[in-house]
Design a protein around this ligand. Structure first.
Ligand code: AMP
Ligand code: FE
Ligand code: FE
Ligand code: ZN
Length: 280
């Protein structure tokens, strides 16, 4: 069984629509795939229908943008009730703030580069969770950089003069809200230090008290020695570990199935979550 529990579509910052992600998953030889777009569940219905068509099992999920002590944290949620108000209103607030923030970043960038809001709007469907990757695509289209990677290394870097923050709920509160929504909270790429600062084990302990279920240990952004450390932390706190690709289509180099999750862990997720895995 090959299980990949972290992918993105055009509903957020992936480059393929949900149905195409399911087709790509089937072609990559996956048996089970989750769609975990940033701060939205809008891709679930299309993904579920396509998964049945292409013969792959589908796990509904979301990657919830959070902060803690000024540090950006991503919390995966699986099998939550997508209508639960608490989580929904925090994700709505984050999405609204992301649009405002993208507009402000474009204003700042436009002081030095030819770029306007229409360039960014042209890179995203209506209702998409906007992120820096869409600004990156606009910069590529304008010929200012060659790729998303190049844009993130320069103009869009977290320490760039053009960077603007967006609202996101506190990570501990997000864990509580995910549980309240019947979801299964898993801390995404916890030691991805190349992206920016990461939280310490004390914060993981607070998450555990709030209902955290797992750590995404096997992810390319966790350095190899950090993956081992995460297994130890998981064991010490009764958490499971997952592995996943964080596939973004052609928007990132991450390949479907490059890391995977065990069937035993998927079983635990299914026992804990209120929602159902869609099986062909
Ligand atoms: P944002 O949430 O808008 O601040 O942008 C962060 C998102 O950009 C993350 O979810 C990543 O998926 C994506 N990202 C980060 N670094 C890169 C990169 N080097 N190339 C492409 N996408 C990236
Ligand atoms: Fe992303
Ligand atoms: Fe992430
Ligand atoms: Zn992701």
């Amino acid at each position: 069984m090959r299980i990949d529990l972290h992918t993105h579509s055009t509903v957020s910052d992936g480059t393929e629509p949900p149905a195409q992600v399911m087709r790509a998953a089937a072609r990559a030889g996956l048996d089970v795939v989750a769609l975990t777009d940033h701060d939205t569940t809008a891709g679930w219905d299309d993904a579920a229908a396509a998964a049945v068509k292409y013969g792959v099992a589908f796990v509904p999920g979301t990657e919830v943008s959070c902060t803690h002590g000024g540090i950006s944290v991503h919390m995966l949620s699986y099998l939550q009730d997508p209508t639960a108000q608490g989580l929904l209103s925090e994700m709505d607030a984050a999405r609204d703030s992301r649009e405002y923030r993208a507009r402000r970043m474009v204003e700042r960038i436009a002081e030095d580069y030819e770029l306007d809001w229409e360039d960014v709007a042209a890179q995203a469907d209506e209702g998409t969770t906007l992120g820096r990757p869409h600004i990156a695509d606009a910069l590529v289209a304008r010929g200012h950089v060659d790729s998303r990677d190049a844009a993130f290394a320069t103009i869009l870097h977290g320490r760039s003069r053009y960077y603007v923050r967006h609202y996101a709920p506190d990570a501990i509160e997000a864990v509580r809200l995910i549980r309240e929504a019947g979801g299964v909270p898993v801390f995404a790429h916890p030691l991805a230090s190349a992206r920016g600062r990461v939280v310490g084990e004390d914060v993981v302990e607070e998450m555990v008290d709030a209902g955290l279920a797992g750590l995404e240990a096997d992810h390319r952004d966790n350095p190899p020695e950090a993956r081992q450390r995460l297994r130890q932390i998981a064991k010490a706190h009764g958490l499971f570990v997952t592995g996943a690709s964080d596939y973004h289509g052609s928007g990132k180099q991450n390949r479907l199935g490059e890391f995977t999750t065990s069937p035993q862990v998927l079983e635990q997720i299914e026992e804990l979550g209120v929602g159902k895995v869609v099986r062909p």
